[in-house]
Design a protein around this ligand. Structure first.
Ligand code: ADP
Length: 256
């Protein structure tokens, strides 16, 4: 557990989180009051139909966007009132991110990419730590390469190493396997699962893929900006069936 985290605090805690875009009659209610607590060492998948609020949820939970109302706590720290600089520092030192498009810096080596969060957070660029996390993702011998010399799956593994390097409170994933083939996606998901099981990492991942969601301890379903359903760890078939039911219900609601 990270030293700045008091025992018993959740890794992620949202209370009454609302996010509205625009005002008046044309306002869009992207999140309509989200309440949840995610424990340290948990792996959560967030699913939902297009437009249900998944991206907005992730942005608000990760301090990249500000809720219109409500509170977000990360590792016990209330982030809703933080200024821009404090928020940026918190993101750099205490959160990890894994995106669909990898977001590695092409001009830096793999090792330099992995060390970047430490540099940006003003910490010592600990090369042994970089070697350790690169070893964990199976890229011990690739530190001197540039991202462009690696396959998509390898690049995403570099991104996971980069996300792990600071021992963050939470790793947020936005469709982390969206650009990968099935086999490579399975490797990346197994790594995230392993980070949770063996390193005690906390992962929150938005995905539309029931197979990806089947690696999580629980699946949260958003519909129309609200938490509509949850499933404990399930098979892709069960998760897919729940998504289909939810989408049917939501479209019926829209049509009505
Ligand atoms: P999802 O990720 O599930 O597709 P989003 O969080 O992107 O859903 O969007 C939720 C709702 O908020 C949608 O109706 C979308 O059109 C709206 N929305 C998202 N971002 C903005 C924005 N910057 N301005 C106005 N409306 C937005």
């Amino acid at each position: 557990m990270a030293p700045h985290t008091a025992p018993g605090t959740a890794a992620v805690e949202l209370t009454g989180v609302r996010r509205r875009y625009g005002k008046g009659a044309g306002a869009v209610h992207a999140l309509r009051g989200i309440d949840l607590r995610l424990a340290h060492g948990s792996f959560t998948a967030v699913m939902g139909p297009s437009g249900s609020g998944k991206s907005t949820f992730l942005q608000c939970a990760a301090g990249l966007d500000r809720p219109t109302e409500g509170s977000v706590r990360l590792g016990g720290t209330e982030i809703t009132g933080l200024g821009e600089n404090a928020l940026t520092e918190l993101r750099r030192s205490r959160l990890g991110f894994v995106f669909q498009s990898f977001n590695l810096l092409p001009s830096l080596t793999v090792e330099q990419n992995v060390l970047l969060p430490l540099r940006l957070a003003g910490a010592r660029p600990d090369r042994r730590r970089a070697a350790e996390v690169l070893g964990r993702v199976g890229l011990a011998d690739k530190g001197a390469r540039r991202p462009g010399e690696l396959s998509g799956g390898q690049q995403q593994r570099v991104a996971i190493a980069r996300a792990l390097v600071t021992r963050p409170d939470v790793i947020f994933g936005d469709e982390p396997t969206g650009a990968l083939d099935t086999t490579t996606a399975a490797e990346v998901l197994a790594l995230l699962r392993g980070a949770v099981d063996r390193l005690g990492a906390t992962v929150v991942m938005v995905t539309h893929d029931p197979v990806a969601a089947s690696y999580a301890d629980q699946v949260l379903f958003l519909a129309d900006g609200a938490l509509a359903d949850t499933l404990p760890r399930s098979t892709p078939e069960r998760i897919g069936a729940r998504m289909t039911a939810l989408t049917a219900r939501t479209s019926a609601g829209v049509a009505a």
